[in-house]
Design a protein around this ligand. Sequence first.
Ligand code: NI
Length: 148
Amino acid sequence: MGYREIVKVGDPILKKKSRKVEVFDEKLARLIEDMKETMYHFEGVGLAAVQIGVLRRVVVMDCGDGFLELVNPQIISAEGEQEAQEGCLSLPGEYGVTKRPAVVKVQAQDRTGKWHIYKGTELKARCFCHELDHLEGIIFTQKVIRKE
Ligand code: NI
């Protein structure tokens, strides 16, 4: 299908909670492929399904170390603290500093339903938190502690 338009702030769907993926079929694979194309097209490091208007618990990411697909992701551990600037494809031109854990471990399924564990520090830890927040209807601006 190709890349999709990104839902922008002000659209109420961004505040909704995404639903768990129960069926690992061709439709899920297509959704992930479309999200992947959309993320790379708009040069993001992460994208949640809700950002293309789909309320499913699916995230794609690439923090410069390869493509990741996260289905039904959960944070299983978070340690330390970091403060850094964040942005979001749904809020073009808006940036702010948030406080996030320094090290985050995430458990997630892939498109076939297989479980994996991923670890992230620095940008990747922030990205895990930012994208998983999208699945709860939370936008990073709700967590901004200061503008830089
Ligand atoms: Ni975002």
